[in-house]
Design a protein around this ligand. Sequence first.
Ligand code: ADP
Ligand code: ASP
Ligand code: MG
Length: 412
Amino acid sequence: MGTIVIKFGGSSLSTTDKIKQAACRIADYKKKGKEVVVVVSAMGKTTDQLLQLAGEITENPAKREMDMLLTTGEQVSISLLSMALTEMGVPAVSFTGWQAGIVTEKVHSNARIIDVKTNHIEEKLAEGKIIVAAGFQGVTEDGEITTLGRGGSDTTAVALAAAIGAERCLICTDVTGVFTSDPRYVPKARKLPSISYDEMLELANLGAGVLHPRAVEFAKNHQVSLEVRSSTENEDGTVIEEEVSMEKNLVVRGVAFEKDITRLTVFGLKNELTGLSSIFSVLAENQIDVDIIIQSQTDGNKTNLSFSIKNKDRQAAVNVLESQKETIGFENIECEAGLAKVSIVGSGMVSNPGVAAQMFQVLADENIQIKMVSTSEIKVSAVIAGDNMISAAQILHDTFNLGTVVEKEKIQ
Ligand code: ADP
Ligand code: ASP
Ligand code: MG
């Protein structure tokens, strides 16, 4: 009998009615003869509300206690969904991350899954039960509760699918698939029938919140067949797979964007061999993720260095660098907050020079100043003022004709 993993996101479980609706869909899969493992997020905006509660108590909560708090959200959903299934006469059992065998590294708030112990799940599946597992949470080898980062339930689902050898992992959400851009902000965005792991990974890393980046990484590494689809509609979703041959010739496949970026510039950095490594080591030791880095020569002895980080890390970055000013050897730091990053992604770019030029030209035509740039074989990103983010995304979407169905897709 084939096994499938079905994940429901928070917006698809925001009320008890929606939980009952999800239970009906799950029961349909069971009726089709599948063994079913369900992974759920916290109901609606529960995680945000829990974060707010902590904020009312302290500005600086211990990460361990935050994990303890946030994991309660998913525990509400697993028990309610399990009750809804049982009420319909479909045997189900709820599992926390720990009971589902999700073992993580010893990191709070953004842990990676290092092992999945499937014996407990397999035992209950063999009894004919549907497993309803809590997403986003895990446990360390020494019994500490951890979380996988915001949106991490997707990763739980893919990890379970890989571990039990499921035939497919369905990510059921409030959109009908992966679109050429976020349909909430780019109305002309179009659903893609399929997309490659690599393109999806870039889109997810560059801000397309429809899938957690680590879920895509996991799916690629373990060749999990992944589909993003609606939690309520019956239409086909988007399949994420190794190669999307029919659409290989498309240059740009999607536009992603991300707000709340800060550009931090370190002026007068001593031009010593260890200058760069000492700056980025200090930031890494303090878990500050750096994205784009630009170094410019001022004179023979000194350089200026700009890099982008998330707004939320700004104060911490300034504090740690200032605290080591003498050791690192720089003159001063300046920050520009409220920036955004807009990116175009597509595997066809590798063989199409001029895509970046076209992107920069069209942004210049709209008077949108580019503050930083980064490229890879399959993406070009530009950091711009936050106020320009949505219009830039819409313009780029139009420029690369992403709203138009191409012949190659029609014949699929
Ligand atoms: P869930 O609660 O089900 O995990 P999320 O809010 O995490 O749902 O993800 C779904 C949302 O992702 C959509 O509502 C949409 O606004 C956003 N999104 C961003 N980029 C894309 C994209 N390229 N395609 C589809 N949805 C996207
Ligand atoms: N509940 C968590 C969050 O809101 C995890 C998830 O939804 O995937 O980020
Ligand atoms: Mg999500």
